[in-house]
Design a protein around this ligand. Structure first.
Ligand code: UDP
Length: 493
């Protein structure tokens, strides 16, 4: 089909790695199913995504990365600061960012007017309510992408519509979530990031645009959480499209080396290291793109990993206090001490590639949804250590519902948000104990492993030809094509 006649999707992610990465996957998926994609980003983010953009170019798929600059800094963004994860984040800054990105609306409309083909559908991160105006400008539908599981999306929605925490004084008191398909109680501190928190104006804009959407795309798959997908669909009274796990996006279902940033380690070296380890023996420790762990907590993790005597890959992101960690590593001669079985990655890890390797036996994770679904689709049991936002809900899903994980910690000394405490939340002997428990060959360990591996197989099946997510992608494209046809008919009559 000539490019001009293919459905054209405009994708607008939130400018943070955890939101951008799955939307890049989505771009690949849609292009792989015959669509044309324009992926909106900003110059700074485009520079950071260079390796993935190059990959898209090499694969010759019709994906155009469009870097739109912000007009200036008059809305309060620090100069040169275009991306959520480069801000010293707290909720206030998040709302500043959401406000600032309203400025992308006019440049995007002008670009799309001047450069064909016109869009047929806008898929937007929920946090960009302004994309509703872009869709209306071209008379096309908008779908939103939340980047949560269906479980967390449902909880978030119910908390918002029932104003669950409005009259609750104690933030730690478990409160029932009304309308949930089974009894569920959550304290405010363990619930989800509500857009209430980012100010009423933004919250109302987001809510208003969500009500005009034709549906919601979710990075999950039917067999993982059927009850929550159905209940979410009924509650919002809109079509929910589970089209994931989107990290398995290319046709030979093999992960690419770099998703998001360029890996800070030579990928071949990393794979050779994994090749040298026994199957299912290695624990992979990483807390996503935003969490910056504090030095004392990192030291406890390191000592616990050493004491477990299990092989490990440990991704360290300590931000501005990295030098303190480096000093400790040096003084303790830590890397030399663990050299036979420990690999440290400072910065960006090729995560999906690592998780996909047979040597990986467990994943210590902060439970960001991308990391969680990546752990699920690679069949790896998890040690859960949520830090903020809906990560606490993902933990509930992994540990209590799917039964493929064990809790290790809650929060930590991180700089995300306002917390800057140097307190140690999980001591070294607890790290050691939980690592051994997760990797154990005892009955419970084996059951968890088996369950995780079954879910991994189901995830892959969902993305294969004829699988539920594969079919949903086809249906979605078909629906947009029908609307294109409808529009054409309207023009002709
Ligand atoms: N990621 C990665 N290497 C890293 C850190 C993160 O590839 O060193 C990827 C990870 O695979 C996931 C995303 O970045 O796709 C992080 O998203 P998630 O939702 O897990 O957490 P967030 O970073 O939003 O807290």
């Amino acid at each position: 089909v000539p490019l001009m006649e293919r459905p054209h999707f405009v994708l607008v992610p939130q400018m943070a790695q955890g939101h951008t990465i799955p939307m890049i996957d989505m771009a690949y998926i849609l292009a792989g199913h015959g669509a044309v994609v324009t992926f909106v980003t900003t110059p700074r983010n485009a520079a950071r995504l260079e390796s993935i953009i190059q990959h898209a170019r090499d694969s010759q798929l019709p994906i155009k990365f469009l870097p739109l600059p912000f007009k200036g800094t008059e809305v309060g963004l620090p100069e040169g600061c275009e991306s959520v994860d480069s801000l010293p984040l707290g909720l206030k800054q998040l709302s500043t960012f959401v406000e600032a990105s309203l400025q992308l609306q006019d440049p995007l409309i002008s670009y799309l007017r001047e450069n064909g083909p016109p869009p047929n559908c806008v898929i937007s991160d929920m946090t960009h309510p302004w994309t509703g105006a872009v869709a209306r400008e071209f008379g096309v539908p908008r779908l939103s992408f939340i980047g949560f599981s269906a479980f967390s999306s449902l909880v978030r929605h119910l908390i918002n519509i029932h104003k669950v925490y409005d009259n609750v004084v104690d933030d730690f008191e478990p409160v029932p979530i009304p309308g949930f398909p089974h009894p569920l109680e959550l304290p405010k501190t363990r619930s989800t990031l509500s857009f209430y928190a980012s100010g009423e104006r933004i919250f109302n804009m987001v809510k208003e645009e969500e009500s005009k959407n034709i549906g919601v795309i979710v990075n999950t798959f039917q067999d993982l959480e059927p009850m929550y997908i159905k209940s979410y669909e009924n509650t919002i009274d809109k079509k929910v499209w589970p089209i994931g796990p989107m990290c398995i996006f290319n046709k030979d279902m093999k992960p690419v080396a770099s998703r998001g940033e360029k890996a800070s380690i030579d990928v071949d070296r990393c794979l050779r290291w994994l090749d040298s380890m026994p199957n299912r023996s290695v624990i992979y420790v990483s807390f996503g793109s935003l969490v910056r762990s504090m030095p004392l907590q990192l030291i406890e993790i390191g000592l616990g990993l050493e004491a477990s005597k299990k092989p490990f890959i440990w991704v360290i992101k300590a931000g501005e206090r990295m030098s303190e960690i480096e000093q400790w590593l040096l003084e303790e001669n830590f890397e030399e001490r663990v050299k036979d079985r420990g690999l440290i990655i400072r910065g960006w890890a090729p995560q999906v590639l690592i998780l996909s390797h047979n040597a990986i036996g467990g994943f210590m994770t902060h439970c960001g949804w991308n990391s969680t679904i990546e752990g699920i689709c690679t069949g790896v049991p998890m040690l859960t250590w949520p830090h903020f936002a809906e990560q606490f809900l993902n933990e509930v899903l992994v540990v209590d519902i799917l039964k493929i994980g064990l809790r290790i910690g809650v929060m930590s000394s991180v700089t995300w948000g306002s917390e800057k405490s140097d307190e140690v939340k999980v001591k070294r002997n607890e790290v050691e104990k939980k690592v051994l428990e997760l990797l154990s060959e005892e009955k419970e360990g084996l059951e968890r492993r088996l369950k995780a591996s079954e879910l991994g197989k189901m995830a892959k099946m969902a993305m294969e030809k004829g699988g539920s997510s594969y079919n949903n992608i086809e249906f979605l494209i078909h629906e947009i094509q029908e609307r294109m046809q409808g529009n054409k008919d309207k023009v002709q009559t």
